[in-house]
Ligand binder design. Sequence first.
Ligand code: LR7
Ligand code: MN
Length: 576
Amino acid sequence: NKNVNNDYIVKGNDEFRGKKAAIAAALQKDIDEEDTNIEENEVEHDVGDDGLMLPLYPRSRLKRWQPVPPVKPQGESPGEMGKAVNIPIEQEKLMLDKFQENQFNLLASDMISLNRSLTDVRFEKCKEKQYPELLPTTSVVIVFHNEAWTTLIRTIWSTINRSPRPLLKEIILVDDASEKEHLGKKLEDYIKTLSVPTRLFRTENRSGLIRARLLGAKHVKGDVITFLDAHCECTEGWLEPLLARIVKDRSTVVCPIIDVISDTTFEYIQASDMTWGGFNWKLNFRWYRVPEREMARRGGDRTAPLRTPTMAGGLFAIDKDYFYKIGSYDEGMDIWGGENLEMSFRVWQCGGRLEIVPCSHVGHVFRDKSPYSFPGGVQNVVLHNAARVAEVWMDEWGQFYYAMNPGALNVPVGDVTERKALRDRLKCKSFRWYLENIYPESQMPLDYYYLGEIRNAETSNCLDTLGGKAGQALGMGYCHGMGGNQVFAYTKRKQIMSDDNCLDAAHPRGPIKLIRCHGMRGNQEWTYDTKTRTIKHTNTGMCLDKPESTDVWKPLLRACDRSRGQQWLMQVDFKW
Ligand code: LR7
Ligand code: MN
């Protein structure tokens, strides 16, 4: 059965979950559409002392280029200008059948021109920007396993059609042991007809996207490697702003804004420029709203490059020498997942920088599920990869990952000595440095006293989020010792946190809710007394108490009375 359901691989948070994520983000776009036309800012060179690790490109390696004229609409063909394709009702059955194979609407994709036109989604100011006359060349590397024909070929054509020819050295395809007829000889023949040199490499065995990309990277002749997923569409002017950043500082890793190509209609939907990449305690990549701090650093200019704590992983450009200098990828990672956080942490901690360049837009087909198999099992693969990230890069904050996924302790992480040696060799900074300087808004608290379950002395039950989202009430349950919903951090800021959320009480008699942590104390401040074992809510002066009766599993606030029901155990490793 190839249709592995990996729903649980959450790629967004409540508002920003995978595809819906980016769509929500797209809609939210209008909030402050007003462009704050501040002068071309001077944010360009002011990062760290050791940011620049490589010499500038010699002039002889750079190419003169011209912007590419827009791709014209192909008459009445469906989906032109990025519009949605609607399938006639009589073909609905066929559409649903075909959906299964790739987890997107293949029937729609097959109806759309391989050269379809798109609207120019850029800010006006982006169109007026002057990029350097001379830019480095790039090889575009696309890896795939069992990709559909039309999405793959449209990715290739959109790259060819919208990249200044002198800058596009070649396209490198890596077939990761696909089993589809059309990816065999048919593909080999097809790429010979293309106007841009296109080479195809195949992994011997299913390798996963990380090792497949490493194989592709090995053959790159351009100065910059640009990775794309195999179901993307590049838009007008996507490439120049990426290369322009790299030519300035070769230790800059750049991502476009990843717009949404609808998995159901193939509509091209613009994503928000106000989101950046983060991650949660489970080490899922998530989109979050760009904080004011970063907006201010950019002088309010929404066209200026955005420093992002992490990247989604599929679409980015990196100087080739820098790619290797900084440790390419962790070869010990399988199939899918984790490599994006690994590279993000590594780049920041080891002196580079990671940016989203808002003048560059590339569409990507976001799916709800993975269409392909995960040899070894989805859980194992994803837990294994993430554990390697935690082991090598996250120092004590790796604990958050293991606390949330105790199952990961039973999955072998494999040998990480080489990756740790890399970290030493490059003299990379600590995860604390990263949290303090790059991602102070992170869900991972910088300083905390305790991480683990919180057990009631009378009932022996544990606080439990019950998987509740922000806004829902805190619950309790039998202590299961399996982490996850029963893991809380008691922080130096006196918060009781579970991932994104904090225990929050607005009224002395009201429920205790899980609310997005705001870090401003207020209703989220609690004092734990290790002697009396009470958890006292500062604003109300009340104590956290066990639920009223055994059929209501909701803890409450009550006047402090020294009863057993108000005693809470945070035993293991509590450190003031
Ligand atoms: O075993 C495999 N071998 C492969 O060659 C598994 C996958 N692949 C190929 C696959 O055909 C595709 O072209 O690798 C590419 C990425 O796989 P997807 O499309 O299934 O991944 P995704 O889009 O769901 O996931 C995102 O996170 C991944 C984590 O490992 C990768 O970094 C993907 O590149 C990345 N995609 C994006 O960043 C696009 C935006 C999505 C978001 C958020
Ligand atoms: Mn993808």
